[in-house]
Ligand binder design. Structure first.
Ligand code: NAP
Length: 305
């Protein structure tokens, strides 16, 4: 059976789009399948300061748009569809199924990235979109001039909390320890902003509200005191998980759902590659995702020669 494509790239984030530039410039017939919008994490990142070549920084959504334009310049195709299953991945012609179509390819590059974790607290699901958010860039404007909280103490929490501090009245970080995980530069920036406060050694037990979020019920882990902390919004940044559910039973994964590759982004299955945030030991950096995508594309190209 002839395959429809030389390569199908799953995911149009930074890794997938970078792979597409290289496969399509190498004249490989390329299809990119994306479930939401091109750009992945770029779409929910306001300002990117650590991607080389942009000395003044660059807006994530703008970079996403440019990456998509560049990726499709050389003949690659992009379709919006959620991949539901992969079949025959160990065969020379591999099958990719979406809800209404079946595609075949000689190689598959998996670049479906990941998503922010939920807190798992009561009220979180009920109030999602009504004060509970996982994307400051998307939802911050709704809370202009109001008091909000950010849950978490990593780079994502600090980046997004600093962004929010410019548009809301105040940002309170709720962090379960008394030391942040985020890089020192971000910590120093946050400490220097007047309308940023910290509730150290606190956890959120409940998200409280009827129609809209009204408060978070927090617990001080040092004193055991439990109390309600009024807020218009809770932005949750408590880690990240790979989008790999659809690969269960198809590819070997670590317990958290990351896919192991060698340095060339090859998985254990010939013709199947993984790159970006879905990869075991990914440093979750934009530049690394771009490099991973390029490496996967070059490996796919060489393996088909
Ligand atoms: P992360 O580094 O894993 O941080 C998650 C934060 O949430 C930690 O502070 C953690 O607390 C807290 N947390 C986890 N589970 C919790 C729970 N159940 N309840 C309360 N708090 C909880 O995740 P991330 O911030 O999304 O970053 C992930 C990776 O992406 C990192 O490698 C990061 O460097 C990278 N990243 C980089 C940038 C940048 O370069 N500007 C921006 C965003 C992300 P503990 O600290 O106590 O564990």
């Amino acid at each position: 059976m002839e395959a429809d494509y030389d390569v199908i790239i799953l995911g149009a984030g930074a890794a997938g789009l970078s792979a597409c530039v290289y496969t399509s410039r190498a004249m490989m017939k390329t299809l990119v399948l994306e479930s939401l919008g091109s750009g992945g994490q770029l779409l929910i990142t306001d300002e990117i300061e650590n991607y080389p070549g942009f000395p003044e920084g660059v807006k994530g959504p703008l970079l996403a748009q440019d990456m998509e334009t560049q990726a499709l310049r050389f003949g690659g195709e992009l379709e919006y569809a959620e991949v539901e299953a992969l079949d025959d991945i160990d065969k020379p012609v591999k099958i990719v199924r979406t809800d209404d179509k079946v595609y075949t390819a000689k190689s598959i590059i998996i670049a479906t990235g990941g998503a922010h974790n939920k807190l798992g607290a009561p009220g979180e699901d009920e109030l999602a979109g009504r004060g509970v958010s996982y994307c400051a860039v998307c939802d911050g404007n709704f809370f202009r001039g109001q008091d909000v909280v950010v849950v978490g103490g990593g780079d994502s929490a600090l980046d997004e909390g600093i962004y929010l501090s410019a548009i809301v009245k105040s940002v309170t970080f709720i962090h379960r320890r008394d030391e942040l995980r985020a890089t020192k530069l971000l910590q120093e920036r946050a400490f220097a902003i007047d309308n940023i406060k910290f509730l150290w050694s606190h956890v959120v037990e409940n998200l409280v509200g009827n129609e809209l979020l009204e408060a978070v019920k927090v617990k001080n882990l040092k004193t055991e005191e439990v109390y309600e902390y009024p807020t218009a919004a809770a932005f949750i940044y408590v880690g990240f998980h790979p989008n790999s559910e659809y690969l269960q039973g198809v590819l070997e994964m670590d317990p958290l759902g990351h896919i192991a590759t060698d340095l060339h982004m090859r998985t254990k299955v010939p013709g199947v590659y993984a790159c970006g945030d879905i990869r075991t030991e990914s440093t979750r950096q934009l530049g690394v995702a771009v490099g991973d995508g390029i490496t996967a594309a070059l490996s796919a190209y060489h393996d088909l020669l």
